[in-house]
Design a protein around this ligand. Sequence first.
Ligand SMILES: *Cc1c(COP(=O)(O)O)cnc(C)c1O
Length: 352
Amino acid sequence: MSCFLNSKFSRLVPYTPGEQPKDMKYIKLNTNESPFAPSPKAQMMAAKAAQSLQLYSDPECRDLVFAAAKYFGIQTDEIIFTNGSDEVLNFAFMAFCENGAVFPDVTYGFYSVFAELNGVNYKEIPLKEDFSVDINDYIGVNKTVFLANPNAPTGIALSVEDIEKIVKSNPNNVVVIDEAYVDFGAKSVIPLIKKYDNLLVTQTFSKSRSLAGGRLGFGIGSKKLICDLNTIKYSTNPYNVNSMTAAAGIGSLEDDEYIKNNCEKIKENREYLEKELEKFGFSMTASSANFIFAKHCSIGGKDIYLKLKEKGVLVRHFDKERLKDYTRITIGSKEQLDVLIEKLKEILEELL
Ligand SMILES: *Cc1c(COP(=O)(O)O)cnc(C)c1O
């Protein structure tokens, strides 16, 4: 740390992204990326946009906004595009949390970092013993609510009805529903934005749409919420979405069959992996996401993570006390999962 850093940041502990080591070729099942390439249409449109990179990108992302409004059945002033959904989440912490924020103790690690960064008071509400959200904890809580649905790293989803109860009971606060993994088996609450002006739904092109490296996310909410988020965007970086990524986004939305087909494959592979892991003595939460959260009956999460890494397979382990017995495994291709299963078999034979 230099002596020049603002004191308010001196204790900031940044988010730790999943490791991307380059020392050998790993099977990467640690950051919930898609095993599939982006839609060919998205790739083509990005390449075409590259020919005009001498120009600034469109700060309003008009073509993309138009395509997305049609796709999601909303108005063009009910959506904002950002540099990954992390950016819109940060904007929401900046914009809407004057009276504090609440989110689960086990959820996306970036929420507490954004809260710290923006000087937001926050409270982490413990999940139930089985890692599910007790919605009563959020009814009339009178703070800005952040909930990932499905939650990470548990994969457990809430119903639309339960989310509606939370939104309805907090009319004086924004409720942010982070739908990063919604395409893998949960139901989106986007239609509820017509009914509630305090609901902000965020999604990303990083997971189901195979565009993690493109950095594209968005928020959908009432016109006034989106206007506030645009105030923040235009006060930080109006060109937050580059032209290649915006074009890729349109291509992805226009290639729905490709995306839906990939999501189906992930769901099939998830079921396959769950069955195989159960045979080895793993138990897991009911995942509606592109990862599973699994615990072995006798070997700790850290050992599994380290042994798998030695054998060239990366998974995610969290040191947090409540999570240390668990391993989060991204659902890859069938071929990747077969290597994982094989390596796990070896590890169990070595250790038991
Ligand atoms: C991956 C993820 C995001 C954001 O990803 P971006 O790549 O920034 O769009 C947001 N929330 C959760 C829960 C995630 O897992």
